[in-house]
Design a binder for this molecule. Sequence first.
Ligand SMILES: [Zn+2]
Length: 309
Amino acid sequence: MRILLHFALLVAATISATAGSQERLPIIDMHLHSYDEANYFVAPDRYGKMSPPTADAHFEATYEIMRRHQIVLGVISNSASSEEAWLAKDKDKRFLRGFGSFGQDEWTPKSFDQLVKDGKIDVFGEIGAYYDGRTLADPYYEPYLKICEEFGIPVALHTGGGPPEITYRGAPKARLLLGNPLLIEDVLVKYPKLKIYLMHSGAIYYLEALRLMLSYPQVYTDLGVVLWVHPMPKYYGREFLLRAKEFGMLDRVMFGSDQMAWPHGIEMSLVQLESFDFLTQDEKRDILYNNAARFLRLSEEEIARHHGM
Ligand SMILES: [Zn+2]
């Protein structure tokens, strides 16, 4: 009993320490991934903590963390079947539907156009052009970008690198140079009204991300793996936020966790962001909710509903 009580106190202390003054305020996660049995994998994270044993357990853990931390909206992407499975289980209507780049051989501009017109796509991405050995400026993406610009569908582009050894394990065309956000400049020139965010804030190319944001005020970012996945991206994440503040661009930075197979990555990201003493509580609030609400053009009613959830 005493042990249980100690444990309960410890949990309570941890939760209040991590939540800080952001407690019970809504959060938007711009970067989540859905899984079903076909694409789920069980593996340890960089720190040795295992992912949940099944795709179902992984969904339950992700959803429970969203509820506990007031994550009222999350952009999900991955295979079409996993997105559909998650949307079917989304009792609280917390998910926005992305358009994952896995299995993209099945895409056609025509089928994408139809999905957009049917209201079935909220975000075009995560686009992992880097993993396919190209950039968003590749002509392959042109018809999709045209549709996104016309219908106001935000583009979510993976930037930076990938996991260790990924070029030897499943993504033979991936090259680190392709993750440089400056390589998409032609896209911004050709589609000036496109809504776009750089996932992972450029990671190793965080200064390039900021330079692009300076020239192109429509460009937003999410934090993705730079809050938790590995010490190196965590270094980029801290530097990115310091410089984004110094250069006056924090109002275009959005929270995202990129939890992948590790739902606890969401909480690690929240803890990391909260630990940054160089950010004010108002700046953290903007990153956690307000910037994404503006980017997604949420209605006043929806924002009010999120604050009452
Ligand atoms: Zn991702």
